[in-house]
Design a protein around this ligand. Structure first.
Ligand code: PMP
Length: 464
């Protein structure tokens, strides 16, 4: 399919009617629909076509779900094969050949040491249910209750998953500092900042008067996604593994967003070589259909039959689409491709940051990239960081949409523009994404006054 060019025909009434009815009928809690008022009717690869005839480059990818983009032929073929076979589509958690093939393919990709003795629990088909299952599992196995999680984390919207997320207000989960170079709470950043964060964790666990009892488990994301695309240093991850292993605390790694090649390794833990006790998987493992599992060390398998039941744990189409996706990423080395292309895109984003003082930081790993927008008129702190500028970020997102580019916002203040393109994009498509983003940032800077009333035109030189 050719790269998208927007065809801004006058919006037909059907398109407007659908959007109007959505805003009248759907919940006030609706999410992406608010900032992305489009009506997708067709999609292939990176491209979505709206009911108004406009085409968009989709860098939201179902919040990081679409490793192979929309409607990849191998995914469609896998789904059609199940449909044509007459296999039952609903089977609770019964054994089927489709499920058997999915589990075999998944285990083939897992870190060796985990795969050797792994157990898998099929969960209700959302990442958040798998997070709940992981908490239940480690609580049962350890007989302990508390949990450790990190500032800025996102693990889902059900009660316990939300309590472990950074946005939670009243929670008994102990919150630990996550290494965030640009806004390092220890004002050092780099390896030293990460080491201080690790020492803080260690001291909480070892100080008998810290007020923190030994927890049932620690949960972390190897790259915080919703938290603003913050990759954890490999050394810090290894420290977390050592600290938890030495104290018999199960380490739960949430790879819901980072898995299946997204960060430049098949699983993000592969970069550091750590082997978690529990790994939480969803999004891309279902090949665009709903599927969520936890995979864990056999020794933790102490819970009772029915401990984490649910009606929709046997989605055959998702397992077939997921197995096809995992196999395609593995056999085509798309994890390595994501790493290489991601590095080149990050270089270009770094050049863009040098041209715009409203870009405080650019970062990412593989094809999980973020651009943090800041108030260009505010004073920088001792580390050179400026306050976030959510208003400018929203303007950039809007300007991107006008230019036929769909991006998500994330981060503590929704001021980080996030790029999560499919792993299948070409070099040319990557360039087109960055051209549109650069153009959108320049346009938003021209039209948006900073939160402290800065002049709307403060560019450093020319944009790349
Ligand atoms: N964990 C992580 C790291 C996530 O990014 C998300 C979703 N963005 C979840 C858990 C929750 O997944 P779901 O929305 O499918 O419940």
């Amino acid at each position: 399919m050719a790269l998208t060019e927007t065809v801004p025909a006058a919006a037909p009434p059907a398109h407007e009617g659908i959007l109007r009815r959505q805003s009248l009928r759907e919940s006030a809690a609706r999410t992406y629909a608010r900032s992305l008022p489009i009506v997708p009717v067709r999609a292939r690869g990176l491209t979505i076509e709206g009911a108004d005839g406009r085409r968009y480059l989709d860098c939201l990818s179902g919040a990081g779900t679409l490793a192979l983009g929309h409607n990849h032929p191998v995914v469609l073929e896998a789904i059609r094969t199940v449909l044509d076979s007459g296999a039952p589509l609903h089977v609770l958690d019964l054994a089927t050949p489709v499920k058997d093939a999915f589990t075999t393919e998944l285990f083939a990709t897992l870190p060796g040491k985990l795969a050797e003795t792994a157990r898998i629990q099929f969960c209700g088909p959302a990442g958040t249910d798998a997070v709940e299952a992981a908490f239940k599992l480690v609580r049962t196995a350890t007989g302990r209750d508390g949990l450790m999680a990190f500032s800025g984390a996102y693990h889902g919207m059900t009660a316990e998953a939300l309590a472990a997320s950074g946005g939670a207000q009243h929670t008994s989960v102990v919150r630990l500092p996550y290494p965030y170079d640009y806004r390092c709470p220890f004002q050092t950043g780099g390896e030293r900042g990460a080491e201080l964060a690790a020492r803080w964790t260690q001291s909480l666990l070892d100080d008998p008067k810290s007020g923190v009892p030994r927890p049932a488990g620690m949960i972390l994301e190897p790259v915080q996604g919703e938290g603003g695309v913050i990759p954890a240093p490999d050394g810090w991850l290894r420290r977390m593994r050592e600290i938890t292993a030495a104290r018999q605390i199960p380490l739960i790694v949430d790879e819901v967003q980072t898995g299946v090649g997204r960060t430049g390794a098949f699983w993000a833990v592969d970069h550091s070589g750590i082997v978690p006790d529990v790994i939480v998987l969803s999004k891309a493992i279902g090949g665009s259909l709903p599927l969520a599992v936890i995979v864990y060390r056999e020794e933790l398998d102490a819970w009772q039959p029915n401990a984490h039941a649910g009606t929709f744990r046997g989605n055959q189409l998702a397992m077939a689409a997921g197995a096809a996706t995992l196999a395609y990423v593995r056999t085509n080395g798309l994890d390595r491709r994501a790493g290489e292309l991601g590095r080149r895109m990050l270089d270009r984003l770094t050049a863009l940051a040098a041209a715009h003082d409203c870009i405080g930081d650019v970062r990412g790993r593989g094809l999980m990239l973020g651009v943090e927008l800041v108030d260009r008129s505010a004073d920088a702190d001792a580390m050179g960081a400026r306050p976030a500028d959510p208003q400018l970020a929203a303007a950039v997102q809007h300007a991107c949409l006008e230019r036929g580019l769909i991006v998500e916002l994330g981060g503590r203040h929704s001021a980080v523009v996030r790029l999560l393109p499919p792993l299948t994009i070409t070099d040319e498509q990557a360039e087109a994404i960055l051209d549109r983003l650069a153009d959108a940032i320049a346009a938003a800077v021209r039209t948006t006054p900073g939160p402290t009333g800065s002049s709307p035109t403060t560019m450093r030189g020319t944009s790349p």
